[in-house]
Design a protein around this ligand. Sequence first.
Ligand SMILES: NC(=O)C1=CN([C@@H]2O[C@H](COP(=O)(O)OP(=O)(O)OC[C@H]3O[C@@H](n4cnc5c(N)ncnc54)[C@H](OP(=O)(O)O)[C@@H]3O)[C@@H](O)[C@H]2O)C=CC1
Ligand SMILES: CC(C)(CO)C(=O)C(=O)O
Length: 303
Amino acid sequence: MKITVLGCGALGQLWLSALYQQGHDVQGWIRIPQPFCAVNVISPEGTAFNRNMPTNDPQHLAQSELLLVTLKAWQVSGPVSTLMPMLNDNCAILLLHNGMGTVDELPANRLAILQGATTHAARHEGNSIVHVATGATHIGPVTPRGAALSSLADMLHNALPDVAWHDNIKPSLWNKLAVNCVINPLTALYNCTNGDLLAYADQIEQICQEVAQVMAIEGVEIHRESLLSFVYQVIESTSANHSSMLQDIRNQRHTEIDYITGYLLRRGRKFGLTLPVNTRLFEQIKRKENDYERVSSGLPGTW
Ligand SMILES: NC(=O)C1=CN([C@@H]2O[C@H](COP(=O)(O)OP(=O)(O)OC[C@H]3O[C@@H](n4cnc5c(N)ncnc54)[C@H](OP(=O)(O)O)[C@@H]3O)[C@@H](O)[C@H]2O)C=CC1
Ligand SMILES: CC(C)(CO)C(=O)C(=O)O
């Protein structure tokens, strides 16, 4: 299959190497137009994949059957909107990122758009991407034309297992959002590993209670206790992790809070819910983010 992977960071390189090794005709799409990028991936078993892969070929993009988007949530709408007019009518777009709400930012279109959530873990180490842990990727349609594309899950599964297809992807995305609403802001505020969050049971329960309220109104069937136990399961299975938000804050990078807690608050507000616990967490993370973003933009600290 002809595929373009937009965003050649940790997840992007993982997919580029896996799809290439499965025999697919794959290119990357990077910010700086250049004809290739180095893809260096170290598998969980320690095997290295090192290869220069083609990038930014407009003809390859126009013929692609899949645009796999592995950008951070806040990076998605700009480049995807720019590339959309260059895609053919039968090209599917698969958004693979933490958080929700990016699909609402895209211009009106008739394309097949899918979204997914993954539990694979990969991180940058020097010039390489270390595939720290294998996991599962859940994908499904977020526009009507995506509904017929379950065969994509099989193709992706053969490259980087496990991949599961869901006719209704909403519950998987909301469950992942719940996990991120708990783990990401709390670890960033307490500057701790995911496992250390076991000491904050009351706060975890309050966050989950508010998320469950919004999920119920969104029509996602959920029991408060099972959501809580799912969140604890992830805390335990990723206990040694430093969450992506903690890493973003430590490295003074823009976080995904607007698409995690921010998305929850926007959906809650639509239904008249105030969600005080998540609102406070959102404000605390934005304050941290604003501190360094204001400094780097050269703006004064107060206005
Ligand atoms: N890594 C992981 O283990 C997991 C990640 N996720 C989620 O997946 C998403 C991607 O994460 P991850 O791969 O770690 O992130 P990375 O930051 O490693 O990758 C994003 C890549 O996109 C590039 N990029 C940014 N803007 C553009 C643009 N306009 N055009 C082309 N490329 C661009 C970035 O380049 P540059 O660096 O130059 O900005 C970077 O290489 C996030 O939502 C993350 O939360 C989910 C589960 C696990
Ligand atoms: C599941 C979790 C919390 C793992 O660290 C994650 O998705 C992240 O760090 O962004």
